[in-house]
Design a protein around this ligand. Structure first.
Ligand code: UDP
Length: 140
């Protein structure tokens, strides 16, 4: 089975509560490999560019504010069906609807501060990875 890659972001609510290791344990426990990882603090422009698909949504402005409120950890994950697998490990956008054992059920604070981002398709994963990493930063 071909390996696939997806982009993950550990969001400011999670880094603030020192949950990077706990989230990485869930990722690796699901059989996904962290093949790139960096801790950064986004400027307004970075968050606006990353979330530009949501520009017209009512939550966009607050989301940009939240994503620039503290450090984030951006990762590339690799594995079989990595995009769908990570969406399963993350759980539903709203933690109230997330399944037991998922990252969002266990750690998310709210529908906005929901601890993690994961690409929603293989195409978007490619675009997001290219936006966030240089090829040499990814070591598969
Ligand atoms: N979001 C929000 N309010 C909403 C829906 C989404 O603040 O009503 C935020 C939340 O942080 C979410 C992000 O916007 O993770 C992107 O939304 P999307 O619908 O793409 O959800 P995801 O793919 O992250 O589950």
């Amino acid at each position: 089975m071909a390996k696939e890659r997806t982009l993950s972001i550990i969001k400011p609510d999670a880094t603030r509560r020192n949950l990077t290791g706990a989230i990485n344990a869930k990722i690796e426990g699901a059989g996904l490999r962290i093949i790139a990882q960096k801790r950064v603090k986004w400027k307004k422009k970075d968050a606006e560019t990353f979330y530009k698909v949501h520009k017209e949504r009512p939550f966009y402005k607050d989301l940009v504010k939240f994503m620039t409120s503290g450090p984030i950890v951006i990762q590339v994950l690799e594995g079989e069906k990595a995009v769908a697998k990570y969406r399963d490990v993350m759980g539903a956008t709203n933690p109230a609807n997330a399944n037991k054992g998922t990252i969002r059920k266990e750690f998310a604070e709210s529908i906005e501060a929901n601890s993690v981002h994961g690409s929603d398709s293989a195409d978007n994963a490619k675009k997001e990875i290219k936006l966030c990493f240089k090829a040499a930063e990814i070591v598969g």
